[in-house]
Design a protein around this ligand. Structure first.
Ligand SMILES: O=C(O)CCC(=O)C(=O)O
Ligand SMILES: [Fe+2]
Length: 378
């Protein structure tokens, strides 16, 4: 039997009756919960499908004479750990309604711990050989650069052939849905199976392997470019299930932006997602941005810039040539742009993978550096 007991402190001023009604209402919204009142201060909820039980004990403040609530004790009993993860995640999501009334931090911490214990999704056949080869001559130097400059460019051994490029063109039917003034490229997101189908499995596997490589080799301690939440050994970075394929034709561009932007108007430390590193593999035969345009312009030290366009005035930049096989890894917070493609006969194609920080458990937008407690918004 797996049991977890979580203390959920309640803000002052709430009586137990009003909150208990709220509990019932929330838990009833999950059809597979069956409630049973076992005593005045204890409610038992049975989850028939999983054979799990959830107990909620209501503790009142002994110094208050109107049954003011002080905390809930939430106990979850299941027969295996997977069910515990499932239930805790589910509870966390429905208890969002309690935000401001109760502190969800203890439950959030439990959920984060479960997820951080899971291995990163590395792709079924992640290409560890290719990644080890790339970094084998100069691993320390590459990692040092990534830590101190926030980016690194390496030559990968994986090039994309003209046959593979023409296959990819068939995929690129989706538009980004973003404002055309900001970006005019065409994208598709592909899973492992789709990458294999379009014969770019090696590219997919290479990108997926980077995350594991970073987990093994990047020491974040004492680095300027720490992930927003510290530490990767106990809480590894992880992969999404898909990678982006993007195509830029003549005249197309992507204006200055951050892949994990600061949320406008919110606490200045709040970011909009969980992307930690942006990993781009370029596929363009004999590309020279001085003739063909399409450089990736990366603004140095631009992590704290609120309005991306300010980076143009305030920061130095480097231009990266999107030549076949070039692999660029950078801190997703950095401001960058894709310069207009000027060549009339070349298509600029790139694969992008976003390596995620460990707290990606379905919540978006973490306020980091805001004291001990991680805070989330929806
Ligand atoms: O293709 C590139 O070089 C960068 C694309 C990019 O910035 C993005 O898709 O977020
Ligand atoms: Fe970007």
């Amino acid at each position: 039997l797996v049991c977890n007991q979580i203390r959920i402190p309640v803000s002052t001023g709430f009586t137990s009756n009003s909150i208990e009604d709220e509990w019932h209402h929330l838990l009833d919204s999950l059809v597979y919960f069956e409630a049973e009142n076992t005593s005045p201060n204890r409610n038992k909820y049975v989850v028939p499908l999983l054979g799990a039980k959830i107990y909620i004990d209501v503790n009142t403040n002994e110094y208050s004479n109107n049954q003011e609530l002080s905390e809930f004790l939430l106990s979850i009993e299941t027969t295996n750990k997977d069910d515990m993860i499932f239930l805790s995640t589910k509870l966390l999501s429905i208890l969002k309604e309690f935000n401001g009334i109760a502190s969800l931090y203890p439950l959030r911490k439990l959920v984060a711990t479960f997820y951080n214990d899971l291995p990163p999704f590395t792709g079924i056949e992640a290409n560890f050989n290719a990644i080890d080869n790339i970094f084998s001559n100069g691993e320390k130097e590459f990692m040092h650069k990534l830590k101190n400059d926030g980016f690194v460019v390496v030559k990968s051994l994986i090039k994309t052939s003209s046959f593979e490029r023409s296959n990819l063109s068939k995929l690129l039917v989706e538009k980004t849905g973003q404002d055309k003034v900001v970006r005019s490229d065409t994208v598709a997101f592909i899973t492992n199976a789709e990458a294999k189908k379009y014969s770019v499995g090696a590219q997919y596997d290479l990108l997926m392997a980077i995350t594991s490589y970073l987990n093994e080799h990047l020491e974040f301690e004492n680095s300027i470019y720490q992930p927003l939440s510290p530490g990767t050994r106990r809480r590894p970075l992880s992969n999404p299930k898909d990678i982006q394929v993007a195509s830029y034709l003549k005249g197309e561009f992507y204006r200055e932006h951050s892949d994990n932007s600061l949320v406008k108007g919110a606490n200045e430390n709040q970011r909009s997602n969980y992307r930690c590193y942006t990993c781009i593999l370029y596929c363009n035969e004999s590309w020279d941005y001085r003739q063909d345009g399409g450089a990736l312009r990366l603004y140095k030290d631009s992590v704290g810039i609120v309005h991306p366009k300010d980076a143009i005035e305030k920061c130095e930049y480097v231009d990266i040539n999107p030549d076949n096989g070039e692999l660029l890894i950078f801190d997703s917070r950095l401001i960058h742009s894709v310069q207009k493609v000027t060549s009339s006969h070349k298509e600029r194609i790139a694969f992008t993978l976003w390596t995620l920080r460990p707290e990606d458990n379905g919540c978006v937008g973490e306020i980091y550096d805001a004291g001990e407690e991680l805070q989330y918004t929806n």
